[in-house]
Design a protein around this ligand. Structure first.
Ligand code: HOZ
Length: 427
């Protein structure tokens, strides 16, 4: 029997809170019901009603090669035939660790986990254990997963739902998280002058992707590095989104700034549940069993996930020069979006870094969460619905990034721009 997205959503709501396993997927902020996906290939996804979409969500970032890439699929199939989980070390974990350490020189040692949330949560415990300090500093609108300490002025789904934090996070724990505006070096320095001796770490998305795409201003990341080093505070780059997104490495390779610790996820799992955190050896060796700071996981370094991630990284490594083409394809898309909105007289700020972008429906230059939040939510919803009805799937929230993959063709770009033109003629 064939089910529609509507009937599956109705049924799911009986068994799954809100009918979804992650809040943004519910499409709540764009005033419609979610589409349920049947399958995906290359740059396209197909829903259970048989509608085909050019996909710019790409599973929120991991599918940089496009969906069901043959080399990744083959690697997964091969791995599965040898068993799906052992709870014991494998050679593939060593291969993955070597690949990460050689691609991102600030990572001397790395530990695999099963999600970006776990990576950030574990990196923070490690920073607290290493420094013996309790406070952490994050930036408003940055999102580092849903661990208790990090659900303070967070981006992504928390921003989409318009909630300040989350019930269930103990107030004394939230009080240990200091939050300052992204890209505001002066306020950051003031905060460090007050809390610096108690700060274990500063965690930042070096390019923010969870309040929509917001690039770092020149000098911002440099200031974080200099100030944190001076105070013995660990600097953590959350590269869960940006890792292997702009080049074969991290944004660290672009900025040439070495954080003490880095969180990874998404692309390094090739579409399977994976996260990782790594950094300076003397810090990483504080982890159990070598050191006293505990962290563990039954499915950490899972052989099927390692196979998918290694296959993805191998393709990226072999075709490293293609990153330029990917970034140019995205620039072409964004430049034409700008032109179309300008012609129609609709003010937008389009932030693009490499192959990630967000269209903010605002007159402001978006450089932090406050400016991102000036966007017209109603206009965004109408734009989203118009694009979806024309077969274009973008992130269903203005506080998220959209992504372009290697699989997107020139024809996809032209069809997307055509859909954009028609959609904005109705706004
Ligand atoms: N927090 C994720 C985006 N930044 C959403 C994950 C999902 O719903 O799959």
């Amino acid at each position: 029997m064939a089910y529609s997205s509507h009937s599956l959503f109705e049924e799911s709501k009986k068994y799954i809170p809100g009918g979804v396993n992650s809040p943004v997927r519910a499409f709540g902020s764009v005033g419609m019901e979610p589409i349920f996906i049947r399958e995906a290939r290359g740059s396209h996804i197909i829903d259970v009603d048989g509608r085909k979409y050019i996909d710019y969500v790409l599973s929120w970032g991991p599918m940089i090669l496009g969906h069901a890439h043959p080399k990744v699929t083959e690697a997964i199939e091969r791995a599965v035939r040898s068993g799906t989980s052992y709870g014991a070390p494998t050679e593939s974990e060593l291969d993955m660790a070597r690949m990460i350490c050689s691609a991102i020189p600030s990572i001397e040692m790395v530990r695999m986990v099963s999600s970006g949330t776990e990576a950030a949560m574990s990196a923070i415990r490690l920073a607290r254990g290493f420094t013996g300090r309790e406070k952490i500093l994050k930036f408003a609108g940055c999102y580092h997963g849903h661990a208790d300490s990090l659900l303070v002025k967070a981006g992504s789904g928390v921003a989409t739902l318009g909630i300040p934090g989350s019930p269930g996070v103990p107030e004394p724990l939230a009080a240990l998280t200091i939050t300052v505006p992204y890209n505001d070096t002066e306020t950051f320095e003031e905060a460090v002058s007050i809390h610096g001796d108690d700060l274990a770490c500063i965690i930042v998305e070096p390019v923010a992707g969870n309040m929509g795409v917001v690039p770092p201003k020149p000098g911002f990341l440099e200031a974080l590095r200099a100030v944190s080093r001076g105070k013995g505070i660990l600097l953590i780059f959350d590269e869960v989104i940006t890792g292997f997104r702009f080049n074969y490495g991290g944004f660290r390779n672009v900025a040439k700034i070495n954080p003490d610790l880095t969180c990874l996820g998404k692309i390094i799992g090739g579409g399977l549940p994976v996260g990782a955190f790594g950094g300076r050896k003397e810090i990483m060796e504080m982890l159990a069993p070598k050191g006293p700071i505990y962290q563990a996981g039954t499915l950490s370094g899972n052989p099927v996930a390692m196979a998918a991630g290694i296959a993805t990284l191998n393709v990226l490594h072999d075709g490293a020069e293609d990153y330029n083409a990917l970034n140019q394809k995205t620039s072409l898309l964004c430049a034409n979006f700008k032109k179309l909105f300008k012609e129609k007289g609709i003010p937008v700020c389009i932030n693009q870094v490499g192959s990630m972008f967000t269209i903010f429906f605002t007159t402001e230059d978006v450089h932090d969460f406050s400016s991102a939040a000036t966007g017209d939510g109603d206009l965004f919803s109408r734009y989203f619905r118009g694009m979806l009805s024309r077969g274009i799937n973008i992130a269903p929230s203005p506080f998220e990034a959209s992504f372009v993959s290697f699989a997107h063709t020139e024809d996809d770009i032209h069809r997307t721009l055509d859909a954009c033109k028609k959609t904005i003629s109705e706004l």
